[in-house]
Design a protein around this ligand. Structure first.
Ligand SMILES: Cc1cc2nc3c(=O)[nH]c(=O)nc-3n(C[C@H](O)[C@H](O)[C@H](O)COP(=O)(O)OP(=O)(O)OC[C@H]3O[C@@H](n4cnc5c(N)ncnc54)[C@H](O)[C@@H]3O)c2cc1C
Length: 333
């Protein structure tokens, strides 16, 4: 593997899943940052070398992809060792990980090995020619949004939640370079620990709903938290193939599970359509929907802050609107 002569941003793809939107979002952001800061983008991907995967990685603006094609059953420690070797050779200045369980574990290991600055769960990354890379995240028990810069370290690292950045496709000026590498199964240094960690990872992924894969999202707010409204929203969601999410009070009241919470201390989403039922539009909620393409808000209070943010505002009682919507014959293609 040749060392790069230009400064590099390394995107580490989670090796426990196939190519997905989360990876594409981070690579797209890396491309933007690379253009602003005169870096190149290198992606590290372990998995089957499919044409479709290469196409997505290329379209998102990667200059070089390191493909671990024949690496099987790579666990947390082994992947950390692979990344360690790559960092030693390529000396990237910025490394971005998916904020998955595996991504966060590996980022923590790597930050200790290289004494690198690590910001977890970034909701934005900026570049400033004087200060370098700046990471934005919720801090102090989610009470503030903090801008963090890493000082006294050569490597800046961040983990990024799904849905925070948009996928952007570039017109390629030159071909993406693809380098294959091989790792043998017996190279992991920590034997059985790896297997335990992998099993945990698989279980968590299977049990948790992925609210980011839906084009349409219906959000339950406190104004729609009655059992009748919740039932009507789920019914409507079935018709539209929409995902039901909620604000924090709805999660705290046990109406929906934490994996469906949207906002500063929940998840960020970027659906084509977000419909807020009885959602006031607190800033901590809005930060999670800033990448939604269209926002419809239904609230009986004309002064609800969400209306300043919404593309379509419906000032009405949610029960009336839900009744009407559920009476309508809707066919989803
Ligand atoms: C550190 C911190 C982190 C936070 N993180 C998150 C987060 O991740 N996600 C999140 O969502 N919140 C978060 N919050 C909470 C946030 O500040 C708000 O309290 C929360 O978003 C409000 O939820 P809501 O809109 O459902 O409820 P409310 O603010 O109570 O709004 C209910 C709305 O429903 C309307 N309404 C009531 N009845 C009806 C009706 N019948 N028909 C139509 N409209 C009706 C009301 O006019 C009102 O606007 C956080 C807060 C803090 C301090």
């Amino acid at each position: 593997m040749e060392a790069n002569c230009k400064k590099e941003i390394l995107v580490v793809c989670d090796c426990s899943t196939e190519m997905n939107d989360h990876m594409a979002q981070i690579i797209s952001k890396a491309r933007t940052l690379a253009d602003e800061s005169d870096h190149t983008v290198c992606a590290l991907y372990i998995g089957e070398k499919k044409e479709s995967t290469i196409k997505v990685i290329s379209e998102c603006g990667t200059d070089l992809v390191l493909f671990g094609t024949s690496c099987k059953n790579v666990g947390m420690w082994q992947y950390s060792d692979i990344i360690t070797d790559i960092i030693k050779e390529r000396k990237p200045q910025l490394i971005l990980f998916q904020a998955t369980n595996l991504g966060k574990d590996i980022a923590a290991v790597i930050s200790t090995r290289f004494e690198a600055g690590l910001t977890a769960d970034c909701i934005e990354i900026l570049y400033d020619s004087k200060e370098g890379f700046l990471f934005v995240r919720a801090a102090i028990c989610d009470s503030v949004v903090a801008q963090i810069s890493c000082i006294n370290c050569d490597i800046n690292m961040g983990t990024v939640k799904e849905g925070v950045f948009e996928i952007s496709k570039i017109d390629r000026k030159s071909d993406m370079q693809v380098l294959d590498f091989t790792v043998h199964d017996d190279q992991g240094k920590y034997g059985k620990n790896e297997i335990c960690l992998e099993v945990q990872q698989v279980e968590q992924i299977e049990n948790e709903i992925n609210i980011n894969k839906y084009a349409t999202v219906f959000c339950i707010g406190r104004g729609a938290s009655s059992p009748e409204c919740v039932e009507a929203i789920y019914l409507l969601a079935q018709k539209y193939n929409a995902c039901v999410v909620g604000t924090r009070p709805i999660v705290e009241d046990g109406i929906i599970e934490k994996a469906r919470q949207v906002g500063q201390s929940g998840k960020s989403i970027s659906p084509q359509l977000y419909v807020g039922f009885g959602v006031s539009g607190a800033s901590q909620h809005l930060v999670g929907i800033r990448n939604a393409k269209k926002i419809i808000a239904i609230n009986r209070d004309l002064k609800a802050p969400i209306f300043e943010y919404a593309d379509y505002s419906i000032v009405a009682d949610v029960t009336e609107i839900l009744d009407e919507l559920n009476k309508m014959q809707i066919s989803v293609v």
